[in-house]
Design a protein around this ligand. Structure first.
Ligand SMILES: Nc1ncnc2c1ncn2[C@@H]1O[C@H](COP(=O)(O)OP(=O)(O)OP(=O)(O)O)[C@@H](O)[C@H]1O
Ligand SMILES: [Mg+2]
Length: 181
């Protein structure tokens, strides 16, 4: 049997950090309580920037930051919608440690976003979105296996464009419409 095709909600290049925020904002406008997002991408790929856009689209109280010692933050809604629970799982060892922070207490009433959540956050719900951010390479280059070496191009790698791919898994996202940026 062939596995089910992933539901791709968005696949595009992001030229600037504002584009990353816009993608988050557009998705944020479509989300509802119970939704789970797993954010994938190397250090500095734009996961927090994307979450800032999400927060904007959801209408929750900011600011969204990358705190060094805080693993999870709750951002309440300012518009009567779901809160945003923003988790940075970078320092967590495994799925059991993610369980320790009791995300299931807020899961049903919030949108839960886990940076560095791959391999851990999928257990939270039978439906989730995987948001993949790739630095410094277009989507085709990424599909070829990787991140371009940006050591000698003289540029600041923080400013490299990014590419994003958002895939839905599970019944919540089956047949979901593509996002229009
Ligand atoms: N599309 C883009 N083009 C250029 N720069 C971008 C883009 N998106 C984000 N950035 C920049 O990349 C830098 C790192 O972004 P961010 O902190 O969101 O990454 P991160 O994936 O959350 O990092 P970490 O792995 O440390 O959590 C920021 O300076 C941000 O402005
Ligand atoms: Mg981050």
């Amino acid at each position: 049997m062939t596995p089910p095709q992933p539901d791709v909600l968005l696949e595009t290049d992001l030229a600037t950090a504002d584009d990353t925020r816009r993608a988050g904002r557009v998705l944020g406008g479509q989300l509802r309580a119970g939704d789970v997002l797993v954010l994938v991408g190397e250090l500095g790929a734009g996961k927090t920037t994307f979450t800032q856009g999400l927060a904007d689209g959801l209408g929750v109280r900011g600011p969204i930051t990358s705190p060094t010692f805080v693993i999870s933050r709750v951002h309440p809604s300012e518009v009567g919608g779901p809160a945003l629970v923003h988790v940075d799982a970078y320092r967590l060892g495994d799925a059991a440690e993610l369980e320790d922070i009791d995300l299931d207490l807020t899961l049903d009433t919030s949108v839960t976003v886990v940076e560095w959540g791959a391999g851990m956050a999928e257990q939270l719900s039978d439906s989730y979105l995987v948001v993949d951010l790739v630095r410094g390479a277009g989507l085709e280059a990424a599909a070829d296996g990787g991140v371009r070496d940006s050591d000698d191009d003289g540029g600041d790698e923080h400013d490299d464009p990014r590419a994003i791919r958002i895939v839905g898994v599970g019944p919540r996202w089956t047949g979901a419409e593509r996002l229009q940026l």
